[in-house]
Design a protein around this ligand. Structure first.
Ligand code: 5AD
Ligand code: SF4
Length: 479
């Protein structure tokens, strides 16, 4: 048995993969280190931007120093960078003992067993294209009422700047029944809100073709994905699931049937969507190969807002992509203003290996990228500030996740629109994992303060403790 530690870099998908890494290791008899230095350090890496790669290098550098004193300590590199670089990285950073790609997590225990016996360095980065495996893991031991569930992996888009299609491979979809079953069991263990995860989550196709397409879906339309049917199926089959979210959808798969599903399934299908747009300039969108134009993005959101009034929209933006002029960037600002995004994740363009954009050049100077990014953030801060202020005085349903990190006497949770809401002086009430109604009394920079309504307080005071996630653990199964 060895002790291990896992350090996660990057996106939600990686956080999710780290849980699976942990689970396969536990099942092989290893244990997360409680104190002191672990025998095995796993770095679950990200390669979406260059910075992530630099972070890994400095982390391995530090570990290599430790390893000189403790040569039996193993360094394992997992995730996208392992997939992308494989042996090349191992040559550059010889302290690494083992590298595994995102699809090779189930093979980790065997590879690790060899390494622990003194085997040579190994690299395993094979996509499971023919028989895709989707690991489930025990729900969060952390005791959260929220959980992530994978529905698909890989990406068939070829956005010219993006490395994901090369590090995560082509799209592979999970059986819809397996998805529903996992969610059902999660709900039995106390989960109340699930976020469906996928690289382009709404391009989902049902491998077994079990799902019935909604009436609005046009089966002849290749853009009409089965995702809306999946969402309907989940919410019908698991009535005790209070909220369903998904991330990240691609705008071109925000189809009429998905919009209709939002209309029919709100509020359980939440009133928030994270819809990456990347740029507000058609010229840039074309160079990025995003396959939609600004007007289409705006139009689809207008239809979604008609179907679900008040739905909030957040987005991802890349500034300083190859050839981006001041005018292109102004178009991005005007799009963010026009849509009124209430959350903007902004990134400076970072050229990535293998991507078509490499040939286009990285011609926007670093200081221009920085200046554009800070203008974008300033706009986004204003928009979120205005949005949060407008909510003061309204009533919101909040799924309470637990004590606030900064002030444990406060409880905190999220509204259906994804705003973080703090509830003061509530630590005496068993609010965790409950849906409560609050009146918003104050807006902070990025969150809200809400007081329990009279009815909600009375209910909480008289009710039995809220459901706590069971200790029961689910087996890891490939499905
Ligand atoms: N440079 C900068 N940002 C990128 N993203 C993806 N690739 C790059 C890149 N090469 C951003 C996109 C994507 C988010 C996850 O990361 O905005 O939506
Ligand atoms: Fe990357 Fe585009 Fe696929 Fe998103 S849709 S993962 S940005 S290639």
């Amino acid at each position: 048995m060895a002790t291990f530690d896992i350090r996660t870099f990057g996106c939600q998908m990686n956080v999710h993969d780290s849980e699976r890494l942990e689970e396969v290791l536990r099942r092989a008899g290893h244990a997360r280190v409680e104190a002191g230095e672990p025998d095995v350090v796993l770095l679950n890496t990200c390669s979406i931007r260059e910075k992530a790669e630099q972070k890994l290098r400095s982390e391995v550098g530090k570990l290599a120093v430790r390893k000189r004193e403790r040569p039996d300590m193993l360094i394992v590199v997992a995730g996208c960078l392992a997939q992308q670089e494989g042996e090349k990285l191992m040559k550059r950073l010889p302290a690494i003992d083992l590298m595994i790609g995102p699809d090779n997590i189930p093979e980790l225990p065997d590879l690790l067993a060899d390494a622990l016996l003194g085997g040579p360095p190994a690299v395993r980065t094979i996509f499971d294209v023919d028989a895709p495996r989707f690991l489930t893991a025990p729900h969060a031991v952390a005791g959260q009422p929220t959980a992530y569930v994978t529905t698909m992996k890989g990406c068939n888009e070829r956005c010219t700047y993006c490395i994901v299609p090369y590090t995560r491979g082509p799209e592979r979809y999970r059986d819809s029944q397996a998805i529903v079953d996992e969610i059902r069991v999660l709900v039995e263990t106390g989960v109340r809100e699930v976020t469906l995860l996928g690289q382009t989550v709404n391009s989902y196709q049902d491998p077994a073709d079990r799902l019935v397409l909604a009436p609005e879906a046009d089966p002849e339309d290749p853009d009409e994905s089965a995702f809306a049917a999946l969402v309907r199926e989940i919410l019908t089959a698991v009535p005790d699931l209070w909220r369903l979210r998904y991330t990240s959808p691609h705008p071109r798969h925000l189809t009429p049937s998905l919009i209709a599903a939002h209309r029919d399934l709100a509020p359980r299908l939440v009133q928030h969507i994270h819809l990456p747009v990347q740029s507000g300039s058609d010229r840039m969108l074309k160079r990025m190969l995003r396959r939609y134009r600004r007007a289409e993005y705006v139009d689809r959101l207008a239809k979604l807002r008609e179907a679900v009034p008040g739905i909030t929209v957040s987005t991802d933006i890349i500034v300083g992509f190859s050839g981006e002029t001041d005018e292109d960037f102004e178009a991005t600002l005007s799009l963010v203003e026009e849509v009124g995004h209430t959350g903007v994740f902004g990134f400076k363009y970072s050229p990535r290996p293998f991507t078509p954009a490499l040939k286009m050049g990285d011609d926007v100077p670093e200081e221009v990228k920085s200046e554009r990014l800070s203008r974008l953030f300033a706009l986004s801060e204003r928009l979120i500030g205005e949005h949060l202020k407008a909510l003061v005085g309204t009533r919101q349903q909040v799924l309470v996740e637990g004590p606030s990190k900064a002030r444990p006497e406060n409880m905190s949770g999220r509204s259906a629109r994804n705003e973080i809401v703090h509830i003061p002086d509530a630590s005496d009430l068993a609010l965790s994992h409950r849906m409560v109604e609050v009146e918003i009394v104050e807006a902070y920079k990025h969150s809200l303060l809400g007081r329990l309504t009279e009815a909600s307080r009375n209910e909480a005071e008289s009710a039995a403790p809220a459901v706590q996630p069971g200790k029961r653990r689910l087996n890891v199964v490939a499905s």
